[in-house]
Write a protein that binds this ligand. Sequence first.
Ligand code: ATP
Ligand code: MG
Length: 554
Amino acid sequence: MSGAPQPVISNFIRSIIDADLASGKHNRIVTRFPPEPNGYLHIGHAKSICLNFGLAQDYHGKCNLRFDDTNPEKESEEYAQSIQDDVRWLGFQWDGEVHWASDYFEQLYQFAIELINKGLAYVDDLTPEQMREYRGTLTQAGKNSPNRERNVAENLDLFMRMKSGEFADGSMVLRAKIDMASPNMNMRDPAIYRIRRAHHIRTGDKWCIYPMYDYTHCISDALEGITHSLCTLEFEDHRPLYDWVLDNIVIPCHPRQYEFSRLELHYTITSKRKLLQLVNEKHVSGWDDPRMPTVSGMRRRGYTAEGIREFARRIGVSKSENIVDMAIMESAVRDDLESRAARVMAVINPLKVSLTNCDGAQAREADFHPNHPEFGKRLVPISKDIFIEAGDFAEVPPSGWKRLTLGGEVRLRHSYVMRCNEAVKDASGQVIELRCSIDHDTLGKSPEGRKVKGVIHWVACEYTLSAEFRLYEQLFTVPEPDADKEKSFLDFINPASLTVVQGWVESCVKDAAPETRYQFERLGYFCTDRREHQPGGKLVFNRTVTLRDSWTKE
Ligand code: ATP
Ligand code: MG
């Protein structure tokens, strides 16, 4: 897969853009990715990033990174930094400086004054309970607040005093004056400003009123000259409000909002709030735990940016709700790693084999990749004792068994053909060691007069290095962990999602840098841990993905 560019898969958004460019409505597109810095990015965000930045790339337009920082209590510099790192790691660069909704706080305030002056916004001091009651329900129209008819002068005065800090948090809001009987609840005079004394990561204590998301988002888009404002389907009902705000202020640009379906993945969750809970309650080791569906977690696990982008390409963009199978993600990653990772041998569940006739046996040179000679070669030496995978020996083999059994032969990968002569057992009858012999006439050539079908991986005890292997399974035991109304998603955490084993690996990986990827033959793709792996010291490998799709049953 890596190498040649993959064909673009068209979608309804591309059709809209094509039409807008053809009609001359726009001659250049501008998109944006607007995260709130209140958590780390996850795979759903990666879809949105690939869409927004990908469109800008394909159409030679621009894509902004804009932080939607209107909720000071939940936002932090750490999150904002991690988001920038993740976007860059995914292979994208935003146009110019990073933008922040807070850059526009003064302008947003002036637009609110404009709405008040036009009789289109009013200050309301109903209590939250009254507010709820006046709002009505889905089947029942709301009622006008008694404060709806306040005059402009009074509204201006109250709003300025809200800003200057005269009133308590939550005691009043500024509302857009739209329609309390609208069938769309979002249009029933939504709050556009609230009072909140909270320290903001960028504006500090300058403001004690903060604009609401719906009001902020459309104006920020317009100020940045966004042409196509792409968001997920739950914002469809907010689009009339997006348009109402822009239609009622003097602003020279009116971006159009288009909605696409959220990405959901089986066996995982894509809710920032729940991911935060997993971190806070220490169900995982942190945001970048390799089991997390976060960009940093997937990176630490060994997924490549190219693999994630390929996944986004394969799932496409549409308006239909669906939950994507993990197998699609894993195969995109696997296809990318196939030609990227050097292949070496490791043994994670060792069974010792002593070779009774090893004297004079030779090391063989082996390619790091069968199709990429440029990856180079290394020597694969053999020694008197070797480790094989315990599962590659069966005393009573099932039918069709091609691996080792008593009296049988296998090829040791990149080395000799070996025959098993004896199984040594402990008191409980468990096989603890094999005694085998090699056929000295089989290095790099087939044995005389017989066929040996099985090939197994192994390491030579004398030359091997000890290493830690972290093997992962899905974090949840059910495909839709947050679908159960009665139970918490935490009840479905998979207790076996992480297995740490000590094993052995060829010595050629000794100085591998953090984030080096390998295929350990027959075991899967692995990546040296970004945090804990030490080149030349403690070796730590995370299993990125197994070699075959283990999610769908054969
Ligand atoms: P919050 O509830 O905190 O707002 P959020 O998931 O919407 O959570 P944002 O930081 O607001 O997080 O999201 C940034 C952008 O990523 C938005 O445009 C949003 O539509 C998009 N996005 C978020 N989750 C997904 C998802 N699962 N699939 C596709 N796009 C997503
Ligand atoms: Mg959001």
